[in-house]
Design a protein around this ligand. Structure first.
Ligand SMILES: Cc1ncc(COP(=O)(O)O)c(C=O)c1O
Length: 395
């Protein structure tokens, strides 16, 4: 199965997509004077920027594209070092590597997000940026991260791919750093099957990102083009069908996140008296997305026993998001004389070996959340999942 947005695809998405099908315009650019042209991508960008409370948003082909385009827009150069967490999806690393820079991994803490104390220890004269990843919809400790970035003159690019709709101290995740990258793949809060967004307050960064995502063009290909382009771009554009689907989902995002939070609160209440674990730290309990409920056991043995009886795995064995399980990334780190392989980030290894992800809205074995509930689960289904979890803890 997949993420919460995908469970709620319905009449609104169909209507938006049919608008495009009937318009005769599939490309994101069209004749603004023609009433048939639906300009869904343009509208999506405007509404997403407003939702995030920033001036500019850009739709891209994926969260990976959003990270890559943002790094290039920020002027990251070959050899620059970028600090990233040791627990994240592979794309956080690959975007940095393909931008020519070096990912420098830092430990996570019990929020399962990057540990600000370890960021400071990894800074060298080559460090140019930090990528805090709001893992599993949980905000990073942005106050400390921004403070470190300010003191060392570093840029902050938020990887909010798993966290659209979340916030930190009242600000939307992805709107706090210089740039924010989002994913619209099928496992995310809102989805268009695939796709991504970039958010920024900075006009120059937006214009650079726009050009990089579309062959060097100025935003919306407005103004003088040929002969005056300064930036060599690529193609990470989206088409009107994706824009239409994403627009319908964006208009549901607060209802989606609100529902997840309610269901998660219910689940937590029902399992909180089970023995042997604590809930992961939430850096802003009011702002997390509620997509997952992560529990951290006192020992890895207990976590393994509970996850086995739930038919799932501890997070360290969940595969997709754990540095130690990424053979390609470890090969790269080894070739670049960087710490690599299991044991290189021992605090991360320890926390992940004691952690179990219970799904609330993201049902994804690749994230270790094969067990749990989903956004449509009834109170009765939540009670059954809670009972199953409690029995596993007692076993
Ligand atoms: C933390 C994180 N960063 C980046 C990405 C990449 O997003 P996409 O799959 O849209 O390229 C993902 C997607 O799973 C993610 O979870």
């Amino acid at each position: 199965m997949a993420g919460p947005g995908s469970y709620w695809i319905g009449a609104e998405e169909k209507k938006q997509v049919m608008d495009v099908m009937e318009s005769g315009y599939l490309f994101r650019y069209g004749d603004m004077e023609d009433a048939n042209f639906q300009h869904k991508v343009y509208t999506l960008e405007k509404e997403f920027a407003a939702y995030c409370g920033v001036d500019y948003a850009l739709a891209t082909s994926s969260g990976t594209s959003s990270l890559f385009v943002s790094l290039l827009a920020m002027g990251i150069q070959p050899g620059d070092e970028i600090i990233v967490p040791a627990y994240t999806f592979v794309a956080t690393y690959s975007a940095v590597i393909y931008a020519g820079a070096i990912p420098v991994l830092a430990e996570i803490d019990e929020s399962l997000c990057i540990d600000p104390r370890d960021i400071e220890a990894r800074i060298t004269p080559k460090t140019k940026a930090i990528i805090p990843v709001h893992m599993l919809g949980n905000p990073c400790a942005m106050e400390s991260i921004l403070d470190i970035a300010d003191r060392h003159g570093l840029a902050v690019l938020e990887d909010a791919c798993q966290a659209a709709g979340g916030s930190y101290q009242g600000k939307k995740l992805g709107s706090i750093g210089r740039m924010g990258a989002f994913s619209l793949n099928v496992f995310k809060t809102i989805t268009a099957g695939d796709g991504g967004m970039i958010a920024t307050r900075d006009k120059d960064l937006y214009e650079r990102a726009f050009a990089i995502h579309d062959q060097g063009h100025t935003p919306h290909r407005a103004g003088v083009q040929v002969g005056s382009r300064q930036i060599l771009g690529l193609n990470f554009r989206v088409n009107e069908l994706l824009g239409a689907l994403a627009l319908a989902q964006l208009r549901k995002i607060d209802r989606i996140v609100g529902t997840l939070r309610e269901k998660k609160t219910r689940l937590k209440e029902l399992i909180s008296d089970s023995p042997g674990f604590r809930f992961r730290t939430l850096n802003d309990p009011d702002g997390e997305c509620g997509t997952l409920c992560t529990v951290i056991f006192d020992s890895s043995e207990k976590a393994a026993q509970v996850s086995r009886s739930l038919g799932t795995t501890t997070v360290d064995h969940s595969g997709w998001h754990v540095y130690a399980n990424m053979e390609h990334v470890n090969k790269y780190l080894k070739e670049n004389n960087r710490p690599h392989g299991l044991g290189a980030y021992p605090r991360t290894d320890d926390i992940l070996s004691r952690a179990v992800n219970i799904s609330v809205g993201v049902v994804d074995a690749g994230l270790g959340s094969g067990f749990g509930i989903n956004i449509n689960s009834s109170d009765e289904e939540i009670a059954i999942a809670a009972e199953t979890f409690r029995n596993a803890c007692l076993g």
